[in-house]
Design a protein around this ligand. Structure first.
Ligand SMILES: NC(=O)c1ccc[n+]([C@@H]2O[C@H](COP(=O)([O-])OP(=O)(O)OC[C@H]3O[C@@H](n4cnc5c(N)ncnc54)[C@H](O)[C@@H]3O)[C@@H](O)[C@H]2O)c1
Ligand SMILES: [Zn+2]
Length: 344
């Protein structure tokens, strides 16, 4: 099965495959150079047999300029040309690096992704944002450029550590909150263990998330409007992620809870919805509360890119499945942060 999503700059082909040989049809072996990490190359060695492969250390620390230099050196050694197709096969780190390296090697070569984490399958591989970090600045160097293809096979997830499943589900819950109330119902009736044992249902959920992200980003590739909705739970989430070095999914879950409490106050979101979201987050082994210091979180928020004067663009829910962008005063955010006593 495949779907083509049209962006202003390119058509992106999303295909669902079982046999890895299918990848050769979109990235012929004589043109393809694979980029992956040390975990994926070991766990899924069969995918790389007979291929040109660049293996990177696993983890966020690899998203740095030195890695781009290393990839460039390897590409030159492989005599990569402008016809080369880079295939990023791995988690979000590998997708971000591959897209960036491909965008600047010889002023841009084609690239595609085979995401192997739940987060990369539902989020990082889509939307065309590619980039790396510099010192403590995350994704500060990058570009927006669409991949030629994104190949999906949820079988890869069988080797995924438990924490990575929860991280992915935090984003899936996010999509349900902002754009698909039915998906939230479906998630509420199931749990991580169910999806680990039911590939068809898992693939269907992944497909729904891909459709949401592709539709939003295709209309607003450069985040002038609706693409901001994808930041639901991420404004406060990023602040506490960096402050307390929490896993992304956990931080986003706590951020989503604070955002719905703000939505209760600002938009009259009903209490039942807040409770439903809280139950769902806990059901997916994610936290609804963290004992952070409100003052320190505020210090980070005032530095946020989305700030204008004394307000910040915040993503709130009118109802489950309907998100809006609203400019919120720092005084109101501080009130919610100080009342961080949910479920205590
Ligand atoms: N470009 C975007 O729009 C976008 C969106 C969201 C996140 N991101 C980026 O994505 C990154 C996070 O992605 P991630 O959570 O996938 O992290 P990751 O790429 O670091 O992968 C997490 C861990 O899982 C391992 N792994 C990957 N596939 C596996 C498999 N099938 N089985 C076992 N282990 C496997 C990796 O080696 C790594 O240790 C961040 O750098 C973030 O900035 C980008
Ligand atoms: Zn996220």
């Amino acid at each position: 099965m495949e779907r083509i999503f049209s962006f202003p700059t390119a058509d992106v082909r999303v295909f669902y495959f079982e046999d890895v040989a299918v990848i050769d049809t979109v990235a012929p072996p004589e043109l393809a150079v694979y980029i992956t990490d040390e975990h994926v190359v070991k766990l899924h060695a069969n995918c790389f047999a007979g291929k040109k492969v660049i293996v990177l250390p696993a983890g966020e620390a690899t998203k740095q300029l030195k890695t781009i230099e290393y990839i460039t050196a390897q590409l030159l050694q492989f005599q990569a040309t402008r016809q080369t197709i880079l295939v990023g096969m791995g988690g979000g780190v590998i997708c971000d690096i591959t897209g960036f390296a491909a965008s600047i090697y010889m002023r841009g070569v084609r690239f595609g992704f085979i995401p192997t984490t739940l987060l990369a399958m539902t989020d990082a591989a889509m939307g065309g944002k590619n980039g790396i970090n510099f010192n403590e600045y995350k994704n500060i160097l990058g570009c927006i450029r669409q991949p030629l293809f994104i190949g999906i096979n949820t079988i890869f997830l069988q080797t995924l550590p438990h924490q990575e499943w929860a991280n992915g589900f935090a984003e899936i819950i996010k999509y349900a909150c902002i754009a698909n109330a039915d998906l939230l119902e479906e998630l509420a009736a199931k749990n991580i263990a169910f999806f680990q044992n039911n590939v068809t249902e898992l693939t269907s959920v992944v497909e729904q998330c891909i459709a949401i992200k592709m539709h939003i980003t295709a209309v607003d590739e450069h985040e002038k409007g609706d693409r901001k909705l994808l930041n639901f739970g991420h404004t406060i989430g990023h602040a506490i992620e960096n402050l307390y070095l929490l896993p992304h999914g956990k931080a986003v879950s706590i951020g989503m809870m604070l955002a719905v409490r703000l939505s209760e106050k600002e938009l009259g979101l009903d209490t039942t919805s807040v409770q439903r979201l809280s139950d769902l987050i806990l059901q997916y082994n994610l936290p609804v509360f963290y004992d952070f210091e409100a003052e320190r979180v505020m210090e980070i928020l005032v530095m946020d890119k989305k700030r204008t004067g004394n307000t910040i663009d915040f993503i709130l829910l009118e109802s489950i499945g309907k998100a809006v962008i609203k400019s919120i005063g720092f005084d109101k955010i501080k009130m919610i942060l100080l009342k961080n006593d949910y479920h205590r």
